[in-house]
Design a protein around this ligand. Structure first.
Ligand SMILES: *Cc1c(COP(=O)(O)O)cnc(C)c1O
Length: 393
C-alpha cells in the first residue's frame, strides 16, 4: 500500500477534483502538464538554484542539545524558520511560479488568510516580474496589517473579499471566480496541500525537499537516514507533507501530525479536524472537514492564523483514516507556553503554528535512543503581537 496519490488524484478515498465545470479547463491543463514540466532537467535546475541561493536551502538540521537533555531523547529541528520570508511556504510558491511561467501565464492570483502565503506569492512574483493579485478577506486585511504592507511593498495588489464572513474562505471564493473569468493568462497559486487534484500532490512534491534534506542530514549526523519520529503541525498540511513525504512508505518512521485544539477539542472553538471532522468537499477536494450536521462548514478557531482552517489536505485525511500517522491536538495555551520554552531553551522564537508541534514532548514519552525530528516550520517574528498580548510582555 502506498500513502501517496494515485493516478486519479486520490489518497485512499480522499482527494479528487470536485470543481465547477467552468474551472475544468484550467485544472485539466495543470493536471496534464505538472509532472512533465517539473521533471524537465531545466526546471529542476532552476528550482534547485533558487531554493539554494534565494531561499537559503538546504536549511540546517539542528541538534537541540538542551531540549534533548531536558526530555531525555535526541531532538533535531528542521530549520524551515530560516527560509527567506520566514517559513516553508516559499518552497511551494517558487515551484509554482516556475510552472506558471512555463505554462505561459502572465498574471498570478492567490488567496491568503493570515497573509503568509500572500507574502510568499508576492515575493516570487516580484522575483519573476509577474503581475500579482492577492485576495484577502476584509476582516483579515484589518487584522494582518503588516503582511498587507509587505505585499504592497512587493508590488502586489491586495483585493478585499467583502462577502460572507470576510475571511479566508471568502477570499478563496473570489480567487476561484477570478480564475474562471481569466482562464487563459492567469495562474492560481494555492498555498497548501489542499484544493483539487493536482494541487495537493504538486504542493507536496515542492515541499518534499524538506524530508529529502532530513534524510541526507541524518545520514551524515547519525549514520542512518530515518528518524524514529517525524513531527509537524498541520493547518492545510503543506509543511507536514514536506516533512513526511520521503518517510511515508518507511514504516519504521513514526509520523505525528499536530493539530490546533484552540480552546479545547470540545470547546466549540477549535481547529482539530481529525477529531471533529467528517468527510466532505472543501476547496475542490474530498477530505475531512469540520461541518455542522447539515453539512455547513464550521468556523474554525486557533490562536495561530496558519492552523485556523476547517479542513486538512487529502493526504493527511488518508494518513489519519489508515492510522499511518498519529494525530495529536494541542491547545492555544500549550502552544503559547512552548513559544516561551523554545525561545528560552534554544534561543529560537517559533511561529505559533510550529510551537504546537513541540508540545508533543509533554504528551508522549520518548526513549533516550529515539531520534525525534521536529519541523520548525516558521519563525515567530510575525507572531510577536500575539505573544505580546498573551504574555503581557
Ligand atoms: C502557513 C503556516 C503553517 C500552516 O500551513 P501548512 O500548509 O499546514 O504547513 C504552519 N506553519 C507556519 C510557520 C506557517 O506559516
Amino acid at each position: 500500500m502506498s500513502y501517496n496519490v494515485n493516478e486519479k488524484g486520490y489518497y485512499g478515498e480522499f482527494g479528487g477534483a470536485y470543481i465547477p465545470e467552468m474551472l475544468y479547463p484550467n485544472v485539466e491543463e495543470l493536471r496534464q502538464q505538472y509532472l512533465k514540466i517539473t521533471a524537465e532537467p531545466e526546471f529542476q535546475e532552476e528550482f534547485d538554484a533558487l531554493l539554494k541561493d534565494y531561499v537559503g536551502r538546504p536549511t540546517p538540521l539542528y541538534f537541540a542539545a538542551r531540549l534533548s537533555e531536558k526530555y531525555n531523547t535526541k531532538v533535531y529541528l528542521k530549520r524551515e524558520d530560516l527560509c527567506h520570508t520566514g517559513a516553508h511556504k516559499v518552497n511551494n510558491t517558487i515551484g509554482q511560479i516556475l510552472l506558471a511561467k512555463r505554462l505561459g501565464k502572465t498574471r498570478i492570483i492567490a488567496e491568503t488568510g493570515a497573509g503568509q502565503h500572500g507574502v510568499a506569492t508576492a515575493t516570487v512574483c516580484a522575483l519573476m516580474g509577474l503581475e500579482c493579485i492577492v485576495y484577502m478577506g476584509e476582516i483579515d486585511i484589518k487584522r494582518q496589517a503588516p503582511n498587507v504592507a509587505r505585499m504592497k511593498m512587493l508590488g502586489a495588489e491586495v483585493r478585499p473579499a467583502l462577502s460572507g464572513s470576510k475571511t479566508l474562505k471568502d477570499a478563496t471564493n473570489e480567487a476561484i471566480r477570478d480564475w474562471i473569468n481569466n482562464p487563459v493568462d492567469t495562474y492560481y497559486i494555492i498555498g497548501s496541500v489542499v484544493g483539487p487534484h493536482p494541487y495537493p500532490d504538486m504542493v507536496a512534491r515542492f515541499q518534499s525537499v524538506i524530508s529529502k534534506e532530513i534524510k541526507e542530514q541524518l545520514l551524515e549526523k547519525e549514520g542512518r537516514e530515518n528518524p524514529d519520529y517525524v513531527i509537524a503541525c498541520v493547518g492545510g498540511g503543506s509543511n507536514a507533507a514536506g516533512a513526511f513525504y520521503h518517510f511515508l512508505d518507511d514504516l519504521d518512521v513514526n509520523i505525528i501530525a499536530v493539530e490546533a485544539a484552540g480552546l479545547g477539542v470540545d470547546s466549540g472553538e477549535s481547529a482539530a479536524t481529525s477529531a471533529l471532522g467528517k468527510i466532505g468537499v472543501i476547496h475542490g477536494s474530498k477530505t475531512l472537514l469540520m461541518q455542522s450536521l447539515d453539512g455547513q462548514i464550521t468556523e474554525p478557531y486557533s490562536i495561530s492564523a496558519g492552523l485556523d482552517y476547517p479542513g486538512v489536505g487529502p493526504m493527511h485525511a488518508n494518513l489519519f483514516a489508515t492510522g499511518r500517522a498519529e494525530f495529536i491536538s494541542i491547545t492555544d495555551d500549550q502552544a503559547m507556553q512552548w513559544g516561551i520554552k523554545l525561545s528560552q531553551l534554544e534561543g529560537l522564537i517559533p511561529a505559533i503554528e510550529s510551537a504546537h508541534a513541540f508540545a508533543v514532548l509533554d504528551e508522549k514519552k520518548f526513549k533516550p535512543t529515539d531520534i525525534v525530528v521536529f519541523n520548525l516550520s516558521g519563525r515567530g517574528d510575525k507572531d510577536l503581537n500575539t505573544y505580546i498580548d498573551y504574555f503581557k510582555l
